[in-house]
Design a protein around this ligand. Structure first.
Ligand code: HEM
Ligand code: NAG
Ligand code: NAG
Ligand code: NAG
Length: 325
């Protein structure tokens, strides 16, 4: 028999070797599963959903904030809750880094964490809570509903300087492609996830480049539809722009729909990065597809959200989302 031929010492060493590889693998990559909390915290999702629902009744900007927060979290050190950490005496955290202008509604995650800790202490990571809250934000705004794979761990590092790794609103298509590819995301993911700009608001500083001194020959980006450009200029004059002035990212900023793509094709997008999606043939075809089919957009968005929200990081289950254990 084969077993007899094996040296028992060899099999023992071999099994330890395999275990070591497995253990090592799982320390680096937390395998996510939609059923992750089925035994340990079966009601986690409904607890989070009711917190998000309540918050958005008081403040309709909450869903946009949660979706953007999750995107920032995933693009820096993976989806590890690093965006949630407070600065400490010696460390300036991501949330105090330069493009933090639109980050808000952190209290919603705190409230969700409180509710979840009361149900099942020390079990659910802040990164998972944020991923679920972002999904709820989309669903409760009229978007699709999907099962979120869970089992993320929270990280222990958050640095303001690393927010430089986020794609910027003046990025062109090749810069966007590179930023997404570095995180294992494709051009289709880029176009589908940019549809997150169906929710929310931008400050004038984020699209300033398109309406004043666009280039040496033109003051306004010629790809902007002219009356739309004029309205952006009137809310964001070159001088004395009000601190909180800006524009909604689409004309239905609290409804998760495909209007963003329709407006994009009409020259009514807010950022240069949005406009750049129609400067390449392949991405333009995707924009047209999503503009003409809500269903195609929703399916692609869900697929890409699951991909983005699986970018790995983290090693602990934080007790307070704003501080490491
Ligand atoms: C493709 C690269 C992206 C760039 C360059 C970008 C850039 C920006 C900028 C500059 C703002 C406005 C900040 C401000 O002025 O207040 C913004 C807002 C927003 N972004 Fe993006 N973004 C990108 C991708 C995404 C993705 C992937 C999502 C989510 C799936 C997303 C969701 C949002 C939301 C919801 C808002 C509105 C936030 C609010 O109203 O509170 N963005 N984005
Ligand atoms: C984190 O920062 C916020 C805002 O500055 C503050 O209200 C909160 O008490 C801080 N939380 C912790 C745990 O340090
Ligand atoms: C953004 O960062 C500045 C400091 O750089 C800080 O004063 C402000 O509170 C931060 N905003 C948010 C929403 O955390
Ligand atoms: C995008 O911008 C980068 C950096 O400015 C530049 O090198 C590149 O040629 C640009 N690509 C396109 C397609 O415009």
């Amino acid at each position: 028999m084969a077993i007899k031929k094996n040296n028992p010492m060899f099999s023992l060493v071999l099994s330890f070797f395999c275990l070591a590889i497995l253990a090592d693998h799982y320390m680096v990559v937390n395998a996510l599963s939609p059923n992750y909390y089925d035994q340990t915290c079966p009601n986690v999702e409904s607890a989070i959903t009711s917190v998000v629902k309540k918050a958005m009744l008081n403040d309709p900007t909450v869903p946009a904030a949660l979706l953007r927060m999750h995107f920032h979290d995933c693009f820096i050190r993976g989806c590890d809750g690093s965006v949630l950490l407070n600065s400490t005496g010696k460390n300036q955290a991501e949330k105090d880094g330069p493009p933090n202008i639109s980050l808000h509604a952190f209290y919603v995650i705190d409230n969700a964490k409180k509710a979840v800790e009361a149900l099942c202490p020390k079990t659910v990571s802040c990164a998972d809570i944020l991923a679920l809250a972002a999904r709820d934000a989309v669903t409760l705004s009229g978007g699709p509903k999907w099962d979120v794979p869970k089992g993320r761990k929270d990280g222990r590092v958050s640095k303001a300087t690393e927010t430089r790794q986020l794609p910027g609103p003046t990025f062109n298509i090749s810069q966007l492609q590179q930023s997404f590819a570095q995180r294992g995301l494709s051009m289709e993911d880029l176009v589908a996830l940019s549809g997150g700009h169906t929710l929310g608001f931008a400050h004038c500083s984020s699209f300033q480049n398109r309406i004043h001194n666009f280039n040496s020959k033109q003051s306004v980006d010629p790809s902007l539809q002219s009356s739309f450009a004029a309205s952006l200029k009137s809310v964001c004059p070159l001088k004395n722009t009000a601190k909180n002035a800006g524009a909604n990212l689409d004309s239905t900023p609290t409804t998760f729909d495909n209007r963003y793509y329709k407006l994009l094709l009409q020259g009514k997008s807010i950022f240069s990065s949005d406009q750049s999606l129609i400067t390449s043939t392949n991405t333009k075809a995707l924009v047209s597809k999503f503009a003409s089919s809500q269903k195609e957009f929703q399916n692609a968005f869900v697929k890409s959200m699951i991909k983005m929200s699986s970018i790995n990081g983290g090693q602990e289950v934080r007790l307070d989302c704003r501080v490491v254990n």
